[in-house]
Design a protein around this ligand. Structure first.
Ligand SMILES: Cc1cc2nc3c(=O)[nH]c(=O)nc-3n(C[C@H](O)[C@H](O)[C@H](O)COP(=O)(O)O)c2cc1C
Length: 337
């Protein structure tokens, strides 16, 4: 059994959430490069289907979700961040096989089981948040994953299905001694539509303490800054936080105090993201995925809205470069007037 890194990370632990079509190898690399290791520790892949990984043909469609570029690997090594592969499914045998594949062919520091995604087409397949309230199946899945793996196995979940059932559900999960629990403070029904209720994180921590388990509990939901994370963690007595959409408002999130970020910093990061994404995926991933990010990099400066609108019309990296060059020329003319 490899060392359970969760136990020796500094508190509070800061992590970036698994996010489909967001936390691919290119975005992860960029975020890590601009983050302070004092305020950032663990990064997750996008969720990856165990059925897909075990399928002789389907495997090649999903395995890219677990890709770690050589350049990302360098940053992980140099800055000491941990990377966790997130998997989902409903069949313990598939968890066993998928985990074996991950452990023998890839270099991750941990495995995370998704027991939280509320999306209907996923829930219908019996995986993710469909496991909430099904402790017997959850137990089999956790055990199969642990058996196949010498890596720490964590669980990311929600507080219940229709209403919060934190004590029962987290109590049942803790019985299986996961390496960590990341609790999104919303129910399956809540999706992301209502504010996260951090009182539920505090309840989960209390259950953990009552059960006398040495298992870190991280809270997730609506954390908007490092300061906010510190307050929420202290109030809930949580071991750490996971940041999701907060990164869309600020890619420099994981720094304290926040650095001064210039227009050039934002545009250089935008271009690096576009080039890294395009080199990594070529035709394998749709260029349109990048459009969600254009807004992240083009806020709070003169001409930002105009630049963003032009970027939204682009179809490839060359077109983005041309739009950025035009914007540069416009900026220089503006500076002279
Ligand atoms: C675009 C997007 C993709 C997501 N994909 C995943 C995923 O692959 N696995 C997962 O466990 N959660 C996923 N989530 C949920 C986030 O990990 C996180 O739990 C949620 O956004 C709540 O945190 P926040 O309020 O800080 O955003 C996703 C969320 C978003 C917005």
């Amino acid at each position: 059994m490899k060392e359970n890194f969760w136990k020796r990370l500094p508190r509070p632990i800061f992590s970036l959430a698994p996010m489909e079509d967001v936390s691919d190898t290119s975005f992860r690399q960029l975020v890590m490069e601009i983050s302070d290791p004092a305020f950032f520790h663990v990064i997750f892949t996008e969720f990856t289907s165990t059925d897909g990984l075990c399928h002789p043909v389907g495997c090649k469609n999903v395995i890219s979700r677990l890709l770690v570029n050589d350049t990302e690997r360098e940053v992980l090594k140099n800055k000491g961040f941990k990377i966790v592969a997130q998997i989902w499914g409903a069949d313990p045998e598939k968890f066993y096989q998928a985990t074996k594949l991950i452990c023998t062919e890839m270099q991750f520091d941990g495995i995370d089981i998704n027991m939280g995604c509320p999306v209907k087409k996923i829930v219908k397949q019996g995986g993710c948040s469909a496991l909430i309230g099904r402790p017997a199946l959850a137990k089999e899945i956790i055990q199969a994953t642990k058996e196949a793996s010498d890596l720490p196995v964590s669980i990311k979940t929600r507080t219940g299905t229709k209403k919060h059932d934190t004590e029962n559900w987290i109590g049942a999960l803790l019985e299986n001694d996961p390496a960590a629990i990341i609790l999104h403070a919303r129910t399956q029904k809540d999706m992301s539509d209502v504010p996260a209720d951090w009182r539920e994180i505090k309840k989960a921590v209390s259950v953990r303490d009552q059960m006398k388990k040495d298992i870190p509990v991280l809270g997730n939901g609506d954390v908007i800054s490092v300061e906010d994370a510190l307050v929420k963690c202290a109030e809930a007595a949580a071991d750490g936080v996971m940041i999701g959409r907060g990164i869309f408002h600020n890619p420099w999130f994981f720094n304290h105090p926040q650095p001064e970020v210039s227009i050039d910093d934002k545009l250089v990061l935008l271009w690096r993201h576009v080039s890294l994404f395009s080199q990594t995926w070529e035709a394998e991933r749709n260029f349109a995925i990048l459009k969600r990010f254009f807004k992240i990099y083009t806020t709070a400066f003169k001409g930002a809205a105009h630049l963003r609108a032009a970027l939204m019309e682009t179809h490839n990296a060359n077109e983005v470069r041309a739009v950025l060059d035009d914007f540069e020329k416009w900026r220089r003319r503006e500076e002279k007037t």
